[in-house]
Each structure stands twice: as C-alpha cells, then as structure tokens.
Design a binder for this molecule. Structure first.
Ligand code: WT7
Length: 656
C-alpha cells in the first residue's frame, strides 16, 4: 500500500485514508484489523460464518451443518430454524430499541411517517394476518408491485413472517413485465397500491395490475391486496380486489414469526441475463439474513443514533438488502424516500438529508452524475453537516464523480464506500470498510471478509496484477443465490460453466470484467456479456430485441449499450423494418414507446437507427461489438475478419 499523501490527490493514484475522526469510532478501525479478520475468515470460512451466525442472529433451533457444498448447489446452516422478521423486528422489542424509529418515510408531496420498531411489529403482524385471511400459506409466492411507501417494506416483512416468498416487481415496470414475472413464479396474490408519486405525477399501479391480470393472463393470481396512497378512483373487482385498510380493521396484531428452515426460500427477484427472459434469482433465509446483517454492520458502520438512507427502490436488490433486511436486522433507522429530483424540486435529496439529519447516504453513480449536472448550488444551499459516510453502487464510478461526491457532498471528511455486488450475490462483496480501507477513486477496493475473489482468464487461471480478466468468486458465501427459479440448468450455465471447474473446484462467474492492481485492489470494468447497465440497472439486450421484434413493423433488431454521460449506458437499437416502410421519426418514436410499454421506461432506446442489414458472422451471429463501436461514434479498429459482408459497415456508418 502506497503511503497516501496530499500530493497524490493530483495524480492517477490518488489514495484517501479514512480520517482519524472516523476511524476512532469505527467497528473495524484499521487496515491491520481488516487484514486480520480477512485472514481468519479465509483460513476457515465456515468457522468464521458459523461464529457470526451464533453471535449476531437469533435462531429458533441451531443448524447441524454450516455449509453443504454440492457445486453449484449450496446450503448454509442446514437444519437451522430462523425467521428473518424475528431478527429484523421482534428481538429489538425486548431492548431500548422498541421505541426507536425503524423506518422514517418521506413522501414526494411532503407527507411523512415514522414507524418505531413496536409500530412496525404491529403493522407487519396485521399485514401477515390479512394475507392469511386471503388464504396465503407458507410457500405461496406473493407478487409485490408497490411505490416507495412504508407498506412496501411492511408487505415484504409480512410475507417473510409467514414463510410466503415475495417476488417484488419494480413499480416502473410495465404491466407486461409484471405479468411475465407473476406467471414465472406462479404468484398467488399481488400486493399493490392505487398509485405512487413519481416526478409530480401519479403512477397508476393498480391499473397496471388490472392490465396484467386481464383475460385471465396470470391465472394463478387469486387476490389483489391494495394499499391506498394516491386516492384516485379505481375499479375494484369484487371477490378479487381488497383494500388493505378494510382488512386491517378485521385482523389481529398478533402473528408469531413462522420458524423457517434456513434454506427455505425468502424471495425471488428478477434480473436480466444475456439471453432470453429475466432470471428469477432465488435467495433463502438463514444465509441471506446473516450476510446482509454483517455487510450492513461493517460497511455502513451503523451507530445507534444514525439515520441511514439508501436511495434505491425496494424493487431492486439494493432495496431488499440495504433498505429493509440488513438495516432492520441491525436495529437501525432506515429512511425511505418516495421522491426523486424533479423540476418542482431538483434539490429534494438534500432537503431530506437536512430535514432528517441523515448520517449515512448510499446512492448510485448515475444519481451522482445527475447531481453534478444540476449544479453545486443545490447541495451547497442545504446543511449537509450530519453526513459522515457515503456509499455508491450499481456500476463503476468514474473518478471525477467520486471526487465530486467526496468534495461537494462529503466535504472531504466522509469516507466513500464503492460497493461491488449483484442481485445474485445477495449482498456487498467487494468494498472498503470505511474506518479501515484506504480508498482509490474508481476502485471497489478489497473483498469483504469471508469473500474470496479473483481475476482469471477463460481457463480459470489467475491473471497477473493489472491485467484484465474475469471477476470470479472462488468460495461459496452465505448470501449467494441458490438457483434460478424453476430453471436449475440456467443457474449452472449462467454462473458456473463459463469458467470450467479445475480439479472439481467450481468458481462463480459474475459476468464482469476486472483487474487487480499491485495492492490487491479490484477495479471492476463492467459487463462482459450482452447486458447493458442503464442507470445502475441491468437490461438484457435479448429482452429489448424481443420487445422490438414483437412490433409488427420490425423484422429484426440488435441492441447495444452506448456510453452515456449520466446513465452510464443508454440503449441504441439497430432496426430492420418489415417490407419497404419509410424510416420516419414517428415510427422510431412508436418503437421506443412500444419498448417502454413492453418492459418499462427504463428500457426505452434513446436512439433507433434504421438499417437494411446487420453485421453478422458467417454463422449468423450478430456482431454486437461492432455495433457498439458504431453506436459510440468510434472508428472500428478491431478485427472484422469473421464478418460475412463488410459493405454493411459502410452502410451503417452512412446511416448515422
Ligand atoms: C452489476 C449488478 C447490486 C446492486 C445494484 C445492481 C455492476 C454493481 C458496482 C460497482 C462496478 C458495479 C456490475 C454488476 N455493478 N456495483 N460498485 N462497481 N460495477 O445490481 O442489477 O444485479 O447489477 O452491476 O456490472 O455485475 P444488478
């Protein structure tokens, strides 16, 4: 580790050591301490996790086996009985935390609510009893399609309390995307709200649910539970649709947490892969509880008086692990905000920081770049002095954005944790520990204790320092996904076969390119598969292409990511039309709209380029890397020898 100096701030190797002030009160307060814990965990990962499971979580019954690894299938704490909501709520009721704020919520129009742990307990129990009243049983999959209101977290916890796996679908997804996910999981019930606020307008969620369920298109769904938020008129279908506030009056506030097997499914969450339909990533109970608990505790270094705010939506894994389960398991105060920067209040984020005295703030690089663009006057005109720790997640952060975050938001005193992880990993994997790890802008730094990561070539051999390769994890960890829902083969193929096992040793393939520097720091470079990362969210090129081709005017489409100043990447679509239709702007607009209604606004191509042909190999595979270069407006210098017809490239360039 090079000695950090002020001068080095101006060079490429800027290093920022945790301030003495921060380290003083931090749980893990020196690099030595981190290295000591890391080495201990590496020497015996099972003993390391078992000890933490014992001391940090409450179990109804202890496990008999710490880890049972039959690649690619793993069980953690088999035989153990646990309920994550007991750890997130009940156990705090016996302490002074009973009346501590568990959730602080701020609505976009400025309304707000605070739920103490005791109040949260009451609401979760009632909600769980309402689900039971509607016939929900242990093992039934429940769809959740909600705005960012406390009931989103309450609904998740209510499901977990009675052992019904939840499948949260981001409220920005379309009715079609919702329907596909409900069907894939055979969901029995959907929890939604009449609507939510989004940039000064109402998003009509219940209406989308009606569309998703119309014509019996999601036949397993028997009931819809509706939370009132925006109070516009709704059509409630008798026998199927139920208001939460009606049921709440009829149910008791007593619902003991169901003892779950450690390996019972806690939730399914869909994420995009490089091919085909989204994957239902399956997470189970005990290992996920432990992993999100420990990562929250050490990475966000929660102190008892902290107000902690993760700006994600509960519809993504970040919301699951770091708004709901991790913070609550630690007895923290977790802030939920419904709003987003909008013309009526571009500085709303900083208003919330000031209003609640937020101490820990966790957001995404795309948001940071948008903050930069909106101007320093917005954060500078608010009191941000409560902040003591900052975090980022979702994509590689460019060093300039890191430095801005450090300077303008952190006032050069807050450590920044750049956390690398995925829906599949359940929790943060590569990250600084804020009181211990010197940080380098753009690097997620070092693996969390218990995580053994490497950068390898396609044969699975470690590459040299500072050489690019594939990011892999070589030992199972408690928070890892267990399978792809209903498709164990796809689980094996997507994560365990790209790098062939050597001597029977399987490694987890993350799908990211990375390099490791001379200090062992990981620099994640981005996806190596056909996945586009738009604003920190993964979109499969295949999914968007299928959506385009489902439009009657489209014969063929190829979609690639194009570097975008704010969003990281934006979607560019190359489209061949049916017949000899005119290449009009109106049609391009229609196609963009079509993708939004098939998948969601997040997947909308920012650019449609009409073409007569696509660059293909002789075997007919679309050469996306060439399209990527064209979309970026760069010269093609890479190898084109496998291209079937070279003249296509010139045509594509002319069309630009
Ligand atoms: C992909 C996972 C995990 C929550 C948010 C996204 C990219 C994520 C970082 C980071 C560089 C990052 C990777 C990863 N990514 N965090 N700190 N530095 N890249 O979850 O939708 O499952 O996407 O996001 O490419 O594979 P996700």
């Amino acid at each position: 580790m090079s000695e950090p100096t002020i001068e080095s701030i101006l060079t490429e190797n800027r290093v920022f050591t945790p301030s003495a002030d921060f380290a003083q009160n931090a749980r893990i307060n020196s690099l030595d301490k981190y290295q000591e814990i890391y080495a201990k965990a590496q020497a015996d990962p099972q003993a390391f996790w078992a000890e933490l499971a014992e001391t940090e979580l409450d179990w109804f019954e202890k496990w008999h086996t710490v880890m049972d690894w039959q690649p690619p299938n793993v069980k953690w704490f088999a035989g153990g009985k646990i309920n994550i909501t007991y750890n997130c709520i009940d156990r705090h009721l016996k302490t002074w935390r009973r009346n501590k704020a568990a959730l602080i919520w701020e609505g976009e129009p400025g309304d707000s609510r605070t739920l103490t742990y005791a109040q949260l307990h009451r609401e979760v129990c009632q909600f769980a009893n309402a689900l039971k009243r509607l016939g929900v049983k242990k093992g039934d999959v429940i769809g959740i399609y909600m705005p960012m209101i406390p009931e989103a977290a309450i609904a998740m916890l209510a499901c977990a309390r009675i052992g019904a796996p939840h499948s949260v679908v981001f409220g920005g997804f379309s009715a079609e995307a919702l329907r596909d996910r409900l069907n894939d999981g055979s969901a029995k019930l959907v929890i939604t709200a009449d609507g939510g606020w989004r940039k000064d307008a109402i998003v009509p969620l219940k209406e989308q649910v009606d569309k998703a369920l119309a014509d019996n298109a999601a036949p397993t769904v028997e009931n819809v539970l509706v939370v009132k938020r925006t109070a516009q008129n709704l059509k409630m279908e008798p026998g199927r649709d139920h208001w939460w506030h009606d049921l709440q009056k009829e149910v008791s506030a007593d619902c003991p947490a169901e003892p779950m097997d450690s390996e019972d499914v806690l939730f399914i969450l869909y994420t995009s892969g490089s091919t085909g339909k989204p994957k239902g990533v399956v997470h189970t109970t005990g290992g996920y509880n432990l992993y999100t608990h420990m990562t929250t505790k050490w990475i966000f270094d929660l102190q008892d008086n902290d107000v902690y705010w993760c700006t994600a939506d509960v519809g993504w894994i970040t919301g699951h692990s770091y708004i709901v389960y991790g913070p609550l398991s630690n007895g923290a105060t977790s802030l939920m905000y419904e709003g987003a920067p909008r013309p009526s209040n571009p500085g709303c984020i900083w208003d919330v920081v000031e209003k609640y005295g937020v101490n820990i703030f966790y957001t995404a690089p795309t948001a940071i770049r948008a903050f930069i663009k909106m101007g320093d006057h917005l954060p500078n005109s608010r009191d941000l002095s409560s902040l003591r720790l900052l975090g980022t997640v979702g994509e590689p952060i460019n060093p300039e954005a890191w430095i801005w975050y450090h300077r303008v938001i952190g006032k050069q005193k807050c450590p920044i944790v750049d956390t690398w992880w995925q829906t599949e990993t359940g929790g943060i994997m590569i990250t600084p520990l804020p009181g211990a790890t010197p940080t380098k802008p753009g690097s997620a730094t070092l693996p969390f204790p218990g995580i053994i990561a490497d950068v390898v070539d396609l044969e699975g051999n470690s590459v040299k320092d500072n050489q690019g390769g594939y990011l892999v994890v070589t030992h199972p960890w408690p928070g890892m996904m267990r399978t792809v829902y209903g498709d164990p083969d796809r689980f094996r193929r997507s994560y365990w076969e790209h790098i062939p096992p050597k001597d029977g040793k399987y490694v987890y393939f993350a799908g990211d390119g990375a390099r490791r520097d001379q200090d062992g720091y990981f620099w994640v470079m981005g996806r190596v598969d056909d996945v586009i990362n738009v604003a920190g969210h993964r979109l499969g090129t295949m999914e968007i292409e299928s959506a385009l081709v489902s439009h009657p005017a489209v014969a063929e489409a190829a979609v690639v990511g194009k570097p975008d100043e704010i969003k990281g990447e934006s979607v560019t679509a190359f489209v061949i039309l049916e017949g000899d239709q005119a290449h009009t702007d109106t049609l391009a607009d229609n196609l963009r709209q079509h993708v939004a209604s098939e998948i969601g606004a997040i997947a909308k191509p920012s650019e449609i380029r009409f073409t007569d042909a696509l660059p293909k190999t002789r075997s007919g595979k679309i050469m996306r890397r060439l399209l990527r270069t064209l979309a970026a407006g760069e010269e093609i210098t890479s190898d084109t020898s496998t291209l079937e017809d070279r003249s296509i490239l010139d045509k594509l360039r002319e069309g630009a």
